[in-house]
Design a protein around this ligand. Structure first.
Ligand code: ADP
Ligand code: MG
Length: 291
């Protein structure tokens, strides 16, 4: 492709709301045959809402919510924002947290009012913090397609906060367009199997990898590449950064985190999934006319 044509393609991309990191990216965009989509914040709006707060016997809903929200205040994860917003909306006071630490794709820890608070995936509370989470505490919510997160206070399981996610308005159409371009579509998420398959079946996506850690997302990309596929990854989170960098083409949602944008070749400024298909079509068209 001539440099001039690539510059024209890049300029056309920016008109579509696609920021392209260098003209050579268009060549790679044209070659992809598989597109891997993160769920939360990419296929879904990322504006999650709290649907239930379920404390164990020692806690009230408001005390559980208050401690969990204080711990989540330092996190930019959609789940964390939803928990904090829900606390504010229901008039629950938030104490200041200290010693905050965020573990991408797993959860957060902090000290609130002198108590150790851990919020995140049940399996992570168990493996990393030796907290026993009752086997049935989350499963009924997961079976319904919801996203429950576990809360522990001072090293003991203290309850569950249940969240719900909403598909982006154009998600279904966008996936149809991607498939019409001949791409294999894969859903990849750290969320549980139940929530992932509810979303996948509503979109007609057959290949789903759920409960995947950030390192696991990277592995899924590598496995697809080892099978000879040329892979684009679309994501928005810190948890997607390694996978975005490893993919043949990394596509970040402009609505997402700086880490995802820095790791990517393309940024969809609006976060609109339909624009992903526009970008691929643009690359194919630009390069077809000039080679
Ligand atoms: P996705 O791949 O869908 O974007 P993530 O990898 O970010 O999801 O998160 C996977 C899981 O890790 C969540 O469903 C949740 O159980 C847990 N998790 C991640 N971040 C947080 C957080 N800030 N607070 C609570 N749980 C979290
Ligand atoms: Mg995400």
């Amino acid at each position: 492709a001539t440099p001039t044509a690539l510059m024209v393609g890049t300029g056309r991309g920016s008109q579509l709301g696609i920021l392209i990191k260098g003209p050579q990216v268009l060549e790679r965009t044209r070659r992809i045959d598989t597109i891997v989509l993160d769920k939360t914040g990419t296929v879904t709006t990322g504006r999650m809402s709290v649907t239930a707060v379920v404390p164990t016997a020692g806690f009230s809903s408001s005390s559980l919510l208050s401690l969990a929200a204080a711990a989540e205040e330092g996190s930019e994860h959609p789940l964390a924002r939803a928990v904090v917003d829900h606390a504010r909306e229901t008039g629950v006071a938030l104490a200041a947290a200290s010693g905050f630490a965020s573990h991408a794709g797993l959860g957060v820890t902090a000290v609130v009012d002198g108590r150790a608070v851990t919020v995140g995936r049940a399996a992570w509370l168990e493996s990393e913090w030796a907290i026993t989470v009752p086997a049935d505490a989350l499963s009924s919510f997961e079976a319904e397609g919801a996203t429950p997160i576990a809360v522990a206070i001072d090293g003991a399981f203290a309850g569950v906060i249940v969240l719900a996610d909403t598909l982006k308005a154009d998600a279904e159409l966008a996936i149809t367009r991607l498939r019409d371009l001949g791409l294999d579509v894969v859903l990849l998420t750290g969320d549980n199997e139940g929530a992932a398959s509810a979303i996948a079946s509503s979109l007609g996506i057959d290949e789903v990898h759920a409960g995947v850690t950030p390192a696991g997302k990277l592995e899924v990309i590598r496995e697809l590449q080892a099978q000879g596929q040329v892979v684009a990854m679309v994501g928005d989170g810190v948890n997607d950064a390694a996978a975005l960098a490893a993919a043949d083409l990394g596509i970040a949602m402009g609505s997402g985190t700086d880490a995802a944008i820095a790791a990517s070749d393309l940024t969809i400024v609006s976060g609109d999934l339909l624009v992903v298909a526009d970008g691929i079509r643009l690359a194919r068209r630009t390069l077809r006319t000039i080679i």
